[in-house]
Design a protein around this ligand. Structure first.
Ligand code: 13P
Length: 260
């Protein structure tokens, strides 16, 4: 039995007080529940330390992740946030390669490779996102796009580096659109990703690698997605901003693990 991972990516939402309230609401509802599922919350940079402190105080266990990391170690890079800063604020995870970063901030596979390396050196667990655009799927290029994203940004890692990485398949056309990939579409891509990992790092590593689904995942569709053989949890955007909705997704993860 492999437990699930559910990650909340809050994106650029919430004031400081709202972020504190949301974390407190989640913790109050979940208090003293025993979970198999690992939970990671990724708030904006200025809230990392507060979120990490709350995570320590709460009886409900969750980890903290950042939504991005600089590709540079340190120095004169105004506005950048380094892996060391993130780690020393109490976070253990870091999203890398989200399609919004690729699209709006022109992050390339080469730049994401650097970010992954720097995260690993600084003891952060990369949550590495891959995903195709709608036109790429319509042109039947989706498998090639994902394969290139993996090969150009991750497959240079040796096994000890790669085993620290969590993968997230987030079809761009499903993000924030309300259009979820069907369980069959998601499963097909997850199985393909796992086969690439197996080819490169062996079947044991492929089994151990977490591949999460993201893109309009919510309390209504989460269970069907999580019951798919190669879907190991979810990377949740909009639905992670409401305590009850997020908790229902965590419950779906728990149910799916029990049905494994
Ligand atoms: P939505 O769940 O809002 O579609 O966002 C998914 C996502 O981008 C998570 O990283």
């Amino acid at each position: 039995m492999k437990n699930k991972i559910v990650i909340g990516n809050w994106k650029m939402n919430n004031s400081f007080t709202e972020a504190e309230e949301l974390l407190t609401s989640i913790a109050n509802i979940m208090e003293d529940m025993t979970l198999e599922t690992e939970i990671v919350i990724c708030p904006a940079f200025p809230y990392l330390e507060m979120a990490a402190d709350l995570a320590e105080d709460n009886s409900f266990p969750y980890y903290i992740g950042a939504q991005n990391v600089s590709s540079e170690e340190k120095g004169a890079y105004t506005g950048e946030v380094s892996a060391l800063m993130i780690k020393s604020s109490g976070a253990d995870f870091c999203i890398i390669g989200h399609s919004e970063r690729r699209m709006y901030f022109h992050e390339t596979n080469v730049c994401l490779r650097k970010k992954t390396d720097i995260a690993i050196v600084n003891d952060l667990i990369p949550i590495f996102c891959v995903g195709e655009q709608l036109v790429e799927r319509e042109a039947q290029n989706h498998f090639t796009v994902i394969e290139n994203q993996l090969k150009e940004s991750l497959f240079h890692l040796d096994r000890s580096g790669f085993e620290r990485v969590i993968l997230a398949y987030e079809p761009v056309w499903a993000i924030g659109t309300g259009i979820t990939a069907t369980p069959a579409q998601a499963q097909e891509m997850h199985a393909f990703i796992r086969s690439l990992v197996a080819e490169k790092y062996g079947t044991e590593q492929a089994y151990n690698t977490y591949i999460l689904y993201g893109g309009s995942c919510n309390s209504k569709n989460a269970l069907d997605l999580f019951l798919c053989k190669d879907i190991d949890g979810g990377l949740i955007g909009g639905a992670s901003l409401t305590a009850n909705e997020f908790i229902e997704i965590i419950r779906a993860a728990e149910t799916s693990t029990k049905n494994d």
